[in-house]
Design a protein around this ligand. Sequence first.
Ligand SMILES: [Zn+2]
Length: 212
Amino acid sequence: MAVPVRSFDEALLSRFLARLDQLEADRVLTPVITLDRLREFLDDGQRDLVEQIIRLRPGDYGVETPYAGDLEPRVFEKYTALNDAFADEHPGRQLLIQSCYRSPACQVAVFVGWLAARYQGDIGQAIRHVSPPAYSQHTIASKAAIDFKNVDGSPSDTSPGDFAYTAEYAWLRQHAARFRFQESWLPGNEFGMGAEPWHWQYRPPPREADLG
Ligand SMILES: [Zn+2]
């Protein structure tokens, strides 16, 4: 195993810091800037430093901070592989996406929609079927849940539970784990959530395989 780097070149580091100060003053560097956007403003040496920082592992320095998760969401890529495998076995059919990632603000809107339209304002009932933003599996992009729908339109608003009797659901039960999708709310689950056979969460591996 390679010896971990103990420090970066001092001159490179101080030029990088000056660049970042300038980008902050120009309001380019904000808390929501993407890596791609940041790279646009850096030279080759600074970009290389970014890659090295991304690949640092606290464990190499005696710090056991747990791995927090993938930086760039890959749910769509994994979904594509899942759907291709399903379509290979069921020609003419598709696992369509009804809903996947939702921002916290969007989740608030969804919550209000269910609460007002379906549950007449009864929070205790609504919260078994739709979660507030900080508890929703739809609001964390790298681990976003997908709500599936099949080509026949199941689940429908009028009988959502019918999805449990579809070929799509049977196939997901058998194969989804291979693609790291997991059914979150089984009937009678320990969390007290209502059953949602259409709702499957992508669970990324604990550490990206290519970091090693
Ligand atoms: Zn869902």
